[in-house]
Design a protein around this ligand. Sequence first.
Ligand code: AMP
Length: 584
Amino acid sequence: MEFATFADHCVTIEEESADLEITALLADLCVAAGSEDGRDSDRDLECVVRFVQGRVFPAWDARKLDIGPRTCYEAIARAAGPNVDADAVEREVAEVGEVGTVAAGYEFGGQQGLGAFGVGGGHESHTVGAVFDTLERLAHTDGDGSHDTKVDLLFSLFNRASPTEARYLARLVLGEMRIGVGEGTVRDAIAAAFSVPVETVERAVQVTNDYGHVAVVAHEDGSDGLEGLSLEVGRPVQAMLAQAGTVTDALEAWDRVAVEWKFDGARVQVHHVPGELTLVFSRNMEDVTDALPEVVETVESTLECPAILDGEVVAVDDDGSPLAFQEVLRRFRRKHDVEKAREAVTVRPVFFDCLHADGEDLLETPLETRHDRMEAVLGGSTGEYSDVSTGEQPNWDEADAATTSHACGQLWLTDDPDRIEAIDARALEAGHEGIMLKDPTSTYTPGRRGQHWLKRKPDVDTLDCVVTGAEWGEGRRATYLGTFVISVTDGDDYLPIGKVATGITDETLVELTELLEPHIVAEDGKTVDIEPAVVFEVGYEEIQPSPTYESGFALRFPRFVSVRSDTDLEGVDSLERVKRLHDR
Ligand code: AMP
């Protein structure tokens, strides 16, 4: 496919605003690219599907274009002729707001019919494949003089470009197409173009991490071909992500909760084939193997079969206790003096998931089973989840970096909120960030921030607040007080600072209702006023100034921690303290 044809399609897509239409237009482009005669249509299709997303290489690929705006402006300026320099291009981009429009505004060498500006002048358009080849060469350009070579290569592209081609070429080179095409659109367009189910395309993308390849397989072999795609050890996939949530959320959503410690470090995905390869990737799928020799050593000394593991790399002190997250960053992307850096900061991996073990992909396998498999491939640590009483991570403290039980994160299965609190308390005590709450039946969904993994972060602080009001609950909770107005003291007054409704189990609601009901002094519909008598310890994430409450402040994410039976009203925190905490 000619790059000019691709650019024309981009114009049509960019001018369209309706999502469904954009998907249909993109599907047309896929069909067109995949059915060009006499050329390498698979390659065209592969490129086109990446190009519309502003990508040259697949997401997993370590190759990066790495072209700064300035390099691009220099190439544009050179193609635009002797009266234009890079500063002028830069000024225009600042004025107009984006490079495509600026690039399209110049008459380039080829267009002027001069063809005399050095490399590659002339009228003939590039093909999509030729643009890819040039950009690929550019990605491989390294070392002394590489800047000039890069400008030369880009110039060779711009010099022949029509204004429309230049618009999309400049945007592609800088990785931002601005034609309103996101990953979901590409997925839907591939499905529409080659009559395959959207879910099949989605899964294929998850395992291959390469829309271009998925489009080609959909085109050539349809659904069957896509279903045959699998993970490949050595090719990173996107990490599954978590969202914030509470213990109550987890207990309401699932029969049992898988509780894990939340390690405060950097995410790693490890790919290992014994005797062949060990690769460590960051959350953005960057290859960070060389920076983390400890991870490689642990993996090589423990894994005896091919595997893909998901985990966190944590900085530790001499006793093996975790250090702050910033310490990991001193090691994470380091390219030089790794050994020296290693002397200053030691890191160790702790794995919490297993995507592939011994020839078997586990993405569709429930978390509980994946965790079993992980323990097995890591040489079997405790192998059981019954140790919920202590919330202890075996051997963390005494662990030698290479011991298996250490590298294998513990998972506890429970439906008991008190147990979860105990595990949380133990995690914090051991210096970790808190806990993760996961659905033990859930599959592994790369790249998704789903409901199946909840991160519960520790509160910044707690306040002792007195309950001055409440609301009756709804549905099955209609006979319990559910939402509590909490207040702090200001002289003899009690001023509200927020409402707590989260972090409270049904059982506790019953107890709290019994405790508070005798103190109800007024009732209006669902709302009740309560005389100050019962003190709650309340966790929160932040104190914000707020017009909503009389105290002038509001607690962000307030969470019920406990009833303060040891505190009388004298112990209630004051507005004065709230102000101080806020200022701090
Ligand atoms: P956040 O970065 O705050 O969104 O929290 C999610 C991150 O916590 C993940 O991307 C991991 O890097 C990290 N993490 C630490 N421990 C765990 C765990 N047990 N399970 C999942 N993610 C974890």
